[in-house]
Design a protein around this ligand. Structure first.
Ligand code: PMP
Length: 420
């Protein structure tokens, strides 16, 4: 049953709209881990703006900074002019994120979205190496522009382009053939065999956990070996940390645990702190080859996002936040493992890493049905995976413990309904 009238959207908005079809109501307010609709109904957020709201809705600390900045006539839009807000962000990012890790990157602002970060990374890799191909992985998701879509392994999204995309080479992600196949050895063999037809690529682009692709997790040893594979052949390693970065896996960068040093890192979504559009491309200094203006974009200078992003970095000044996130993540993992054991007939398998966890169902339909049942109980969560077979739990990292427990209780009630 329709909860709130959506006829304005049906009449005036393009058919491509999608989330409003699953979450059939009109939302008007939100605070940290909750949303409200125009009828005043309260929802628990296990979606976090597809990863753009790791610090919750209207995060109080960030809001105060934004309000103060607006009241003081702070610059809002500035292309890539030098502004105080950007200066503060650059300094804080160095001090809180890069320096403690011993990482040396030049920071580039490629445009407002994750897709822009990916697109710029692919362009730089091609320019630096003089090679065309970007090697990518099964079930990867990197964006919707023609370049980023060409390295996205999702049949439905690729259909959106209508005709053939740029040629890219897809390799099996870690675990694609099951646990017994060494996919790095497979890649090495193909790359080193001139008869394989696989060209030496400019770059490898990879997510440490495939968020859209079904919560497939690359192991730490796999990532290390992938880095080595790249190093040995002069291939640039691009980590797309758009969804897994900014704390989703429990550490600021999702590759912190692997201890690798990617040549290029793409960040977006929660880097803007408050759900404000912002993206970063981090490049090793020797890759800083573009002449001034060789890559540009009107919305590289969203100063409200810089203000929010700078404040959000405070969460990473000590380990306390990370410890807290990992604690909550374990709670979710344990809960989901209990659930799949409780209902073996649902044939679910728990997947994920850190604070992005979900259940993959043998019968893909069940993931969508679980999300529907949860929405009926006022929990917002979405599916992922090539057949939308994974029900994905991705709350704001700042979710209250009680709200988390209440949300999990509702998911448990939804599982019960599904099993009945
Ligand atoms: N890369 C990854 C890993 C993503 O998850 C996404 C968005 N889901 C993107 C790139 C594209 O980001 P955006 O939608 O902001 O362009």
């Amino acid at each position: 049953a329709e909860m709130t009238s959506l006829h304005v959207f049906e009449e005036l908005e393009s058919e491509v709209r999608s989330y409003c079809r699953s979450f059939r109501t009109v939302f008007s307010k939100a605070s940290n881990d909750k949303l409200w609709d125009v009828a005043g109904r309260e929802y628990i957020d296990f979606f976090a703006g597809a990863g753009a709201l790791n610090y919750g809705h209207n995060n109080e600390r960030i809001r105060q900074k934004l309000v103060q900045y607006l009241l003081e006539d702070g610059i809002t839009h500035s292309l890539d002019m030098a502004t105080k807000a950007k200066e503060d962000f650059l300094i804080r990012f160095q001090e809180v994120i890069l320096k403690p890790r011993g990482l040396q990157y030049k920071v580039m602002f490629p445009g407002p979205t994750g897709t822009n970060a990916v697109e710029s990374a692919m362009k730089i890799a091609r320019k630096v190496t003089g090679r065309e191909t970007v090697l990518c992985f099964t079930n990867a998701f990197h964006g919707m522009s023609l370049g980023s879509l060409s390295v996205t392994g999702n049949k439905f999204k690729r259909k959106g382009a209508g005709v053939a995309l740029n040629h890219s080479v897809f390799m099996p992600y870690d675990g694609y053939f099951g646990v017994d196949t060494d996919t790095v050895a497979y890649m090495e063999k193909l790359l080193d065999d001139p008869g394989s037809g696989v060209p030496l690529p400019a770059a490898v682009i990879v997510e440490t956990v495939q968020g859209e692709g079904g919560l497939n997790v690359a192991s730490v040893p796999w990532l290390k070996r992938l880095e080595k594979l790249c190093d040995q052949r002069g291939i640039l390693l691009i980590i797309d940390d758009v969804q897994m970065g900014c704390g989703r896996t429990g550490t600021f960068f999702s590759f912190d645990e692997a201890g690798i040093r990617p040549d290029i890192v793409c960040l977006s979504k929660s880097i803007g702190g408050y759900g404000l559009p912002m993206a970063l491309t981090l490049i090793k200094p020797e890759l800083d080859v573009w002449a001034p203006g060789e890559h540009n974009g009107t919305f590289r200078g969203n100063n409200l996002a810089f203000i929010a992003a700078t404040e959000a970095l405070s969460y990473w000044e000590t380990d306390a936040f990370s410890v807290e996130v990992i604690r909550k993540a374990k709670r979710v993992r344990t809960f989901l493992e209990e659930q799949v054991k409780l209902y073996p007939q649902l044939q679910g398998e728990v997947r994920g890493k850190g604070f992005i966890q979900g259940i993959a169902f043998a019968d893909a339909k069940k993931a969508g049905l679980l999300c529907e049942a949860a929405f009926k109980r006022r929990v917002i969560m979405e599916t992922s995976g090539p057949d939308s077979e994974v029900a994905k739990l991705m709350p704001p990292l700042t979710i209250d413990h009680e709200v988390l427990d209440l949300g999990l209780q509702r998911v448990s009630d939804s599982m019960k309904e599904l099993a009945a």
